[in-house]
Design a protein around this ligand. Sequence first.
Ligand code: NAD
Ligand code: GLY
Length: 363
Amino acid sequence: MNNRQIIVGLAERSYPIIIGSDLFRTKDILDNIGLRGRRFVFVTNDVVGPMYLSAIAERFLSSGRNVENIIIPDGEQFKTQDTLTSIYDQLIAKRVDRSTTIVALGGGVVGDVAGFAASTYQRGIPFIQIPTTLLAQVDSSVGGKTAINHPAGKNMIGAFYQPQAVFISLEMLRSLPDREFKAGLAEVVKYGAIMDYAFFVWLEQNMQALLNRDNDALGYAVEQCCLSKAKIVENDETESGLRALLNFGHTFGHAVEAGLGYGKWLHGEAVAAGMLLAARLSLLTGDLKQSDWDRLQQLLIEVGLPIDAPNFGCNRYLELMGYDKKVLDGKLRLVLLKNLGEAYVSVDFSKELLIEVLNGVKQ
Ligand code: NAD
Ligand code: GLY
């Protein structure tokens, strides 16, 4: 597959997303996009680093750049203040200054924490993203959300801080465990469901190729998702409106993750079941057709994602979704579907219908 490039247009903070296979085999890959700076500090983890760091670092070195590394432990449980502090400590020990670029090499955890370190170290130094999971390639590496977790909640401390470039090299997905890959496909399906009916149809026709990790199919899907994400971010960088559509299935999904205890289900698995609950509510409101709900369910079944949310009982769900007095006054926002490929944010959905949906959770 030929390399493709998408520009995220944000005036002086615009940047390219380059999508291709074996990107770092291309001799001029860094110079082609005019990557500035000579010194690059890679932040990666102890799973991804051993697989990919040396080959990529070689491309930087052979094109006249200096490379250093910071290795963090693997896992969401390390997306913390302690990890962030250890990154700052190492940047300071290396006497990193504002002309140095941080390279986030890994999944969403590495991207979020390395990006947040870049956004705050010496009031902000450049960073680039090399996402290595499907979720990171279609979602977290694009759009500039960076964060760490706090014991009180996920992503509680963070910043909007756009990268200089995103390099998506598809062959890296071959080593991704099946469960992680499928969880990433939940976010891929989400783009079709919320804003791109033609892509949803393409997914129905090409899901087997994606599951086989066919390079051309992956390239097309990742490109479509990045185009959609770029469009949303260009219109609403800091999530004052349109960007909230990306949360389709996420309010229900977060309730599933929190109710089961974080880590039991992967985020994408919870989002899959959550999308079906949000779609069920859309059905009850009279917007979505039953046949479209069936198609969404069928596609998620084909991926092999969970379609039945755990049964915590309606009241527990409402609590987990933050549906207390405060949100009853109009603050709980749910993303619902008008049609497949067309979502909207609803604040005035019927509480009775939401309860009907949650009472219908049977597993
Ligand atoms: P992750 O970063 O934990 O990666 C999942 C697992 O796969 C890890 O064990 C990782 O080491 C491993 N891995 C990564 N690439 C691999 C590869 N190529 N081959 C083999 N193993 C590989 O999880 P994730 O799903 O990528 O990201 C989840 C995180 O992203 C969460 O913290 C979430 O909050 C965040 N997120 C951020 C945004 C955003 O906009 N910034 C959006 C969505 C999610
Ligand atoms: N993943 C949601 C967002 O980037 O806004």
